[in-house]
Design a protein around this ligand. Structure first.
Ligand code: NG1
Ligand code: ZN
Length: 533
């Protein structure tokens, strides 16, 4: 049974702020770090219950607010396979986070135990980590109190990236098995990535130095370790690595800054040479955006869509070269935010599916393909190889040295890619491998297709829940009549496309527009925003 008195006395130390409603959304719980203490304590309990429900297998908890400002923080649960928390548990987490009194906390736990049919006598194991935010240590101790309350055997993974935490969860749960994901330590993660990368680039000409903007976050120490391990196989220059100065995290740098402002981080202005490759990580190193300056000094961004195009085409080519065409089908998953030019480029080459925003939608849709490539335009994404595909690769008998090489490359890619979640460092190595094989600079990669100019704006509305969508968020069904008006505007612009959806992470409605010319994309966005407001 529950240790009711123990839970109550621990809960006493983590009271819920009276005026706040919490919600486990697409990014877990995320808000100002200063109001998250009670949420952390209760997430500790939920994590324990989830592990018990999963027969004592290890679940993960990541404390981070990713690309958001430094005063924010958040928390997300990771299921035993290293994937996102099962959807039905999001509402359990929300319910417990909003229980007002201690008695209600107990009652809510009891009701979750009953609804989810949890056997409390099962063991509970949780591995947890945090990013570099100053609010992290206190929030982690609240989380640990939650573990104590429900009887969790905790494993502290310290300060590390979100993708490392996902890797650890999967590695711990597959330890000693045939499908072992790797050694269950941060070193195990880096050597898995590093070894696969070195195998893939052996014999290739040396790469020119790559600049990594670490967003002054946890990606900095991680990229540092990776860089040491890679040595000459990939020369790396680290920038924005300050994880101790206050308020510099994600500030004027990082993947979200670059994607949102479509600008070079000012701190790189005198460092990036024309033609040189650079990339930005976000605050927990699960998003990646590349960019370069052309000979005239103009900034060019290579976002998640460009990464998807580069990587998907490369995998299709390897599958063909390995003699596996027809046996392994590669598909791509995007959201409505994917640039129309990328969708066109990809659709002409392979199956493309559009799903609603949120990694869980992308991940699940990608699982349906033999090889599923998914990327959000903002740089979050990965590649999934199905179990059947893994077996096909293991058993295939190549008929020529060329087939054999392509097959080996495909197998190495399955090791290089973090298949649990989007991973900036793993994705970066993947991009570097493809660029090396194709002998592409940023310029050639960029010319796969030309992005349509686009604009994303936020609109604060009275009630964002009044905005309901269909067709993977590409069309509004309510408020009534609004969709027709949007389409009326859209049709007046060459290559015009616009859609409106409520954000899942902020109390705003987002308006996206693209068109053949920048000024038209801006105009369309602001006119649609005018309809919404
Ligand atoms: P919302 O706030 O629902 O638009 C944002 C991003 C998503 C995803 C989530 C989770 C955009 C337009 N939206 O969602 O892609 O990353 O945050 O972090 O980039
Ligand atoms: Zn992130």
């Amino acid at each position: 049974g529950l240790a009711v008195e123990e839970i109550k006395s621990l809960s006493e130390a983590h009271p819920k702020p009276a005026d706040i409603q919490f919600q486990y959304g697409t990014a877990g719980f995320r808000t100002l770090g200063s109001v998250l203490d009670s949420v952390m304590f209760r997430v500790g309990i939920i994590a324990g219950l989830r592990s018990k429900k999963c027969d004592g297998r290890t679940v993960g908890v990541m404390v981070t607010a990713s690309h958001n400002p430094e005063p924010d923080n958040g928390v997300k649960l990771v299921d035993p396979k290293g994937e996102m928390l099962e959807a039905s548990w999001e509402s359990y987490a929300t319910r417990l986070a909003n229980a007002t009194t201690n008695d209600e906390v107990i009652k809510t736990i009891e009701s979750i135990v009953e609804t989810a049919k949890i056997d409390l006598s099962k063991p509970a194991k949780v591995v947890y980590a945090r990013d570099t935010r100053p609010s992290g240590p206190t929030l982690v101790s609240a989380l640990e109190d939650g573990f104590k309350a429900i009887g969790v055997e905790p494993r502290n993974a310290g300060v590390t990236t979100t993708p490392v935490l996902h890797y650890l969860v999967r590695a711990i749960n597959t330890k000693g098995e045939r499908c072992s994901y790797g050694e269950d330590s941060e070193e195990g993660y880096f050597s898995k990535l590093g070894d696969a990368f070195k195998k893939l680039v052996t014999g290739r000409p040396a790469a020119s130095p790559l600049i990594i903007d670490c967003a002054n976050g946890v990606g900095a120490p991680a990229a540092e370790k990776l860089s040491e391990l890679l040595g000459n196989s990939l020369p790396i220059i680290l920038e924005n690595t300050d994880i101790t100065t206050k308020d510099v995290l994600n500030n004027g740098c990082g993947a979200d800054y670059v994607k949102t402002s479509q600008k070079l981080p000012p701190s790189l202005a005198n460092k990036l040479q024309p033609g040189q490759r650079a990339c930005s990580l976000d605050g927990d190193a699960d998003r990646l955006i590349y960019f370069y300056l052309d000979n005239r000094g103009a900034f060019h961004m290579l976002d998640g869509d460009k990464i998807a195009a580069l990587v998907a085409a490369f995998i299709v080519e390897l599958v063909k070269l390995a003699g596996l065409e027809g046996l392994i089908k590669v598909g791509v998953v995007q959201t409505a935010y994917a640039n129309g030019a990328s969708t066109k480029y990809l659709s002409e080459r392979l199956p493309v599916k559009c799903v609603p925003t949120g990694v869980k939608h992308l991940h699940h849709a990608a699982e349906r393909y033999d090889v599923g490539v998914y990327f959000e335009a903002n740089g979050h994404g990965t590649v999934l190889f199905s179990q059947v595909t893994m077996e096909t690769l293991a058993q295939h008998q190549p008929l020529s040295p060329a087939q054999s090489r392509a097959l080996e490359h495909l197998i190495s890619l399955t090791e290089l890619i973090n298949q649990t979640v989007g991973d900036a460092l793993s994705d970066m190595l993947l991009v570097e491998v493809v660029l090396s094989y194709k002998s592409y600079s940023g310029i050639e990669w960029d010319s796969l297709y030309v992005d349509l100019p686009n604009r994303l704006v936020k609109v604060v509305v009275a009630d964002r829940n009044a905005f309901k969508t269909e067709d993977a968020e590409r069309r509004l069904v309510s408020p009534e009549g609004l969709q027709q008006k949007i389409e009326g505007l859209m049709n007046r612009y060459q290559s015009g496309r616009s859609f409106v959806r409520p954000s899942g992470t902020e109390d705003v409605v987002r308006v996206y527009a693209e068109a053949a010319i920048k000024s038209q994309a801006d105009e369309l966005a602001f006119r649609v925003a005018g309809l919404v407001y």
